[in-house]
Design a binder for this molecule. Structure first.
Ligand code: ADP
Ligand code: MG
Length: 252
């Protein structure tokens, strides 16, 4: 019999293998191994200072690594150059602070990168941007400036702006932590919807309701290490390590 033409290996969109990183003497990522399948939603939790943000930032090379390998859709992330810019464009990122361009309209915020980086035609970019803005519920704000929007609206624009690049994976680093409480859900709802549509997502968040609803897997980090990976049920009901038990007792 002939071997199959297509291997039925699960396809990993993000892979970290033996990733180490220091900030000076601080060993901030210790032998991180993580594989994220296409369509998977990971929620990354852990105490403050455990390296969650740093790990996310290495995935689009906002931070370099000391050793190990990071692959996006099978391609090794290089240290620099044109290839890096291309791979970076595959990874959308949404931060705690909304980081919109303050002197550009909402529409321009969303179309800027597709036009500049993807070389997209302006009319096409604007059509897609309006679609995305209506998906996140802020189409009526398109001609306004960021400062005229609420925090929740700005964060939804930030999500639309990341999606406009057609990323293969979306990283969220505490996207609701800076929001007034009444605006948290409008942002989480957009993320839940995105997860349902099959987007591959890595989300650092303390929103455990979201984690239970949307996560396929919870990754628990402490002291620069991944200590546990489990389903939401498994992690919340039966945390294995003392660190995770301690963490959960403080937040639940
Ligand atoms: P988390 O997101 O889990 O709170 P971080 O990844 O932000 O953790 O930080 C992990 C550790 O690395 C912390 O001790 C933090 O102070 C330190 N750190 C983060 N960024 C830098 C930096 N640019 N320079 C030096 N230390 C840093
Ligand atoms: Mg952080």
């Amino acid at each position: 019999m002939l071997p199959p033409l297509v291997e039925d290996n699960p396809k990993y969109l993000v892979e970290l293998e033996h990733v180490d990183k220091h900030f000076g003497n601080l060993h901030v990522l210790k032998d991180i191994n993580l594989r994220v399948k296409k369509g998977e939603v990971l929620v990354i939790v852990g105490p403050s200072g455990s390296g969650k943000s740093t790990m996310c930032r290495t995935i689009n090379r906002l931070e370099t690594i000391d050793s190990g390998v990071i692959r996006i859709d099978g391609q090794t992330l290089p240290q620099e150059g044109k290839e890096l810019a291309q791979l970076r464009a595959e990874v959308g990122m949404v931060f705690q602070s909304f980081n919109l361009f303050a002197n550009k309209t909402i529409l321009d915020n969303v179309t800027l990168a597709p036009i500049k980086v993807r070389g997209m035609d302006k009319t096409q970019a604007e059509r897609e941007a309006m679609d995305l803005l209506s998906r996140v519920g802020v189409a009526s704000q398109a001609s306004k400036m960021p400062s005229q929007l609420s925090g929740g609206q700005q964060q939804r624009v930030a999500i639309a702006r990341a999606l406009a690049m057609h990323p293969k994976v979306m990283l969220f680093d505490e996207p609701t932590s800076a929001l007034d409480p009444e605006m948290v859900n409008e942002v989480l709802d957009v993320m839940v919807e995105l997860a349902r549509e099959g987007m591959t997502m890595l989300c650092v968040t303390h929103e455990m309701g979201f984690a239970r609803k949307a996560a396929d897997r919870i990754v628990f980090m402490a002291d620069g290490q991944i200590l546990e990976q489990d389903t939401p049920e498994g992690f919340f009901e039966h945390p294995k390590t003392e660190r995770a038990q301690d963490f959960l007792s403080k937040i639940l």
